[in-house]
Design a binder for this molecule. Structure first.
Ligand SMILES: Nc1nc2c(ncn2[C@@H]2O[C@H](COP(=O)(O)OP(=O)(O)OP(=O)(O)O)[C@@H](O)[C@H]2O)c(=O)[nH]1
Ligand SMILES: [Mg+2]
Length: 301
């Protein structure tokens, strides 16, 4: 299908933007039908632009997930994350501005100020299942609609799959007629290696609670594909030696839980067995001392 000049075929790019934690990545995964972007209850889970691709009869949607946009904290990480949002807003066919149903705050408003003129913007009110009273939705949508000339206003619930098919159908009519940009079976523009690192990071976000060390990252030191399995060596990189016990846990329990949950997700995403090893490294002068590195091996048998 890729590159084929199919008459009447529609294909376009749809940016998903919004303040942190409103459910952008969950929406992307629900629309694509598979996890391509990690999610968690903590803000700033998404750190990179990630495309999720859905090909249906006659149409290919290229969704671009973005980091949550925010104005309150002015650190370097935020500057980079906000830049990723601004870049994603340029040169797309449609923008989905995601807000939490019932809430429209200063960060939402700041994003409205960045919306490109001339590009259709949908207001997507997410987590509609969480709204305490159903009849509160319409007045909220009416109020939020006054903030910008939205092309469409759509309440959704990604977890209950409410209104997603309607959203897709409406979106299709806004996409230009052009051949598909990706193969019909493509799900993302990111490599398995990238997704492997993201899945480990997701488990850190989900399993470490409030004590998650700020700025910790995950690198993949080795990614090998054999006919039997994928062999992945991941490193959780932290800033301070003192963060190590937080990530490793009592008798290595935290690290073990992180690694086995990440491995399960990798097997599901990649559709095959994965042998995952996870290390914890301290960023400054990464210790070469084997005793300073805790190594765990997880082979699925
Ligand atoms: N009840 C309910 N919860 C949802 C829904 N969509 C997302 N969530 C929850 O909201 C939280 C944030 O979801 P994410 O998809 O990670 O949010 P995000 O906007 O991508 O967040 P950042 O990447 O940090 O900007 C998670 O705990 C999700 O499970 C929904 O439709 N209903
Ligand atoms: Mg996200």
């Amino acid at each position: 299908m890729k590159g084929a000049a199919t008459a009447g075929f529609r294909c376009g790019t749809v940016a998903i933007v919004g303040r942190p934690n409103v459910g952008k990545s969950t929406l992307l995964n629900a629309l694509v039908g598979q996890k391509v972007s990690i999610t968690s209850a903590k803000p700033q889970t998404t750190r990179h632009r990630i495309s999720g691709i859905l090909t249906a009869p006659g149409v290919q949607y290229v969704f671009v997930d973005t980091p949550g946009f925010q104005t309150r904290h002015r650190g370097e990480l935020n500057r980079l994350l906000n830049r990723a949002v601004r870049q994603a807003l340029a040169e797309v066919d449609v923008v989905l501005l995601v807000v939490e149903a019932g809430r429209f705050d200063a960060d939402d408003r700041a994003l409205v100020g960045l919306l490109p003129a001339g590009t259709p913007v949908f207001l997507v009110a997410s987590k509609s299942d969480r709204l305490p009273r159903r009849d509160a939705m319409l007045p909220f949508l009416a109020r939020a609609s006054r903030e910008f000339a939205f092309a469409e206003v759509v309440p959704v619930s990604s977890t209950r799959r409410r209104n997603l098919d309607e959203l897709l159908e409406t979106l299709a009519s806004y996409l230009p007629e052009q051949p598909a940009l990706f193969d019909a079976d493509a799900l993302t523009d990111r490599s398995e290696r990238f997704i492997a690192a993201e899945l480990v990071r997701e488990k850190l976000f989900r399993l470490l609670g409030q004590e998650l060390p700020y700025g910790c990252t995950v690198t993949i030191d080795r990614f090998e594909e054999t006919p039997r399995l994928r062999r992945v060596h991941a490193a959780i990189v932290i800033d301070k030696e003192s963060h190590k016990p937080i990530v490793i846990g009592k008798r290595g329990e935290k690290l073990k839980a992180i690694a086995s949950a990440a491995r399960r997700d990798m097997e599901e995403c990649f559709g095959g067995r994965v042998a995952l090893e996870v290390w914890v490294k301290v960023r400054h002068g990464w210790s070469e001392d084997a005793t300073a590195l805790r190594r765990l091996r997880y082979e699925h048998v």
